[in-house]
Design a binder for this molecule. Structure first.
Ligand code: PLP
Length: 402
């Protein structure tokens, strides 16, 4: 008998399963709208010019491959913090941001979860929006936190359930942790307005909740890294202490390089040093120290003005292509096909994804009859659409819902 004979087969990852089905499909019209990675107008993965130039620069520099410190490349984390919090940020300028490089956004969330489970004194409960990115629940459970949900998405309006959100946060136990998607909420594409963020900040303050921001798409939502950092900066300005997860997967297209950062705002440099010492104690036995190459790429872009400028332009180009796909899809469904249903949310939603409102039976029909693959919750990655396939997609959606 094998040692592992009692290990049950786990369910396949719902998103990676879609990629498998897509790969196996031989039809030339097939479209993969499952995966959350940017595709250019030809449907191809896109390596940013700023990244290519940074890599050329790094090759020429002939760096060694020594280990990084436990908290990673110090220049990179300094520049990452500046990108998120803004050059004017008070904790940044007071040297009061504890930060560590992380294995992209996922690793940042995991370190954050572990830190809060060990050191956050008020609660072990974390509230996630319903729905949230599918990996949030297992990340925080594995970190040792108790996961609960707050209302976020209203199926009827295909928009934000702001009253439900406020009610649930108001009724949360004092001191609970609340996870907030800083921008480009995944999977819904629905973000609070700036005025709504201000109200959320007030409730978080009043109920003494602890805000943990997941910022996986800075710049990707609106095309402006500053605009997309509004919620994070507003909370900091309002005097909240926050936790923040950053990813450079989407906004620099560094997916597989695994570049990210986790940070906590503290009250002064001495406290920051204590907190950072505990971050090191969490990271060291988990993976010792983070990978080098991606952090060097990101840091080269963030620290060289000409590359930074080129990067900002490319972020805008990616965001604008996605926004233009939203407009084309909306126009095609409503004007060309007069597809039954209300589709305004396709234009008002933001970021990589759109929650289309398509039901599981529609999604199934799209996969089986039209070779169009997406998650069964009706989420599509807007980046998977382009000038060559959007008309076919609109036509297929129209056929599926009639
Ligand atoms: N958080 C959200 C909301 C995401 O959508 C993602 C990626 O899809 C991540 C975090 C983490 O991604 P990564 O670990 O690739 O940075």
């Amino acid at each position: 008998l094998s040692t592992w004979s009692a290990v049950p087969a786990g369910p396949p990852d719902p998103i990676l399963g879609i990629t498998e089905a897509f790969k196996a499909d031989k039809d030339a019209r097939k479209i993969n709208l499952g995966v959350g990675a940017y595709r250019d107008e030809n449907g191809k993965p896109y390596v940013l010019n700023a990244v290519k130039k940074a890599e050329e620069f790094l090759t020429a520099a002939k760096n060694d491959k020594e280990y990084l410190p436990i908290t990673g490349l110090a220049d990179f984390t300094k520049n990452a913090a500046k990108l998120a919090y803004g050059a004017e940020s008070k904790p940044l300028n007071e040297n009061a941001i504890a930060i560590t490089q992380s294995i992209s956004g996922t690793g940042a969330l995991r370190i954050g979860g572990a830190f809060l489970a060990r050191h956050y004194p008020h609660s072990k409960i974390i509230y996630l929006p319903v729905p949230s990115w599918g990996n949030h629940t297992p990340i925080f459970k594995d970190s040792g936190l108790e996961v609960r949900g707050y209302r976020y998405f209203d199926k009827k309006t295909v928009g934000l359930d702001f009253n439900g959100l406020k009610e649930d946060l108001q009724n949360a136990p004092e001191g609970a942790i609340v996870l907030l998607h800083a921008c480009a909420h995944n999977p819904t594409g629905v973000d609070p307005t700036q005025a709504q963020w201000a109200q959320i900040s007030d409730i978080v303050k009043e109920k003494k909740l602890f805000p943990f921001f997941d910022m996986a798409y800075q710049g990707f939502a609106s095309g402006s890294t500053t605009r997309d950092a509004f919620a994070v900066r507003h909370f900091v300005q309002e005097g909240h202490q926050i936790a923040l997860s950053q990813s450079f997967a989407k906004n620099m297209g560094l997916y597989g390089e695994r570049v990210g950062a986790f940070s906590l705002t503290t009250t002064n440099a001495e406290e920051k040093a204590r907190v950072e010492s505990q971050l090191k104690i969490i990271v060291r036995p988990m993976y010792s120290n983070p990978p080098l190459h991606g952090a060097r790429i990101a840091n080269t872009i963030l620290s060289r003005p000409e590359l930074y400028q080129e990067w900002e332009g490319e972020v805008l180009t990616m965001a604008e292509r996605i926004i233009s796909m939203r407009e084309k899809l909306y126009d095609s469904l409503t004007k060309e096909h007069s597809t039954p249903g209300e589709w305004g949310h396709i234009k008002s939603q933001i970021g990589m994804f759109s929650f289309t409102g398509l039901k599981a039976e529609h999604c199934k029909a799209l996969a089986e009859k039209a070779h169009v693959y997406m998650t069964m919750d009706g989420r599509i990655s807007m980046a998977g659409l382009n000038g060559n396939n959007i008309e076919y997609f609109a036509q297929s959606v129209d056929a599926a819902v009639r």
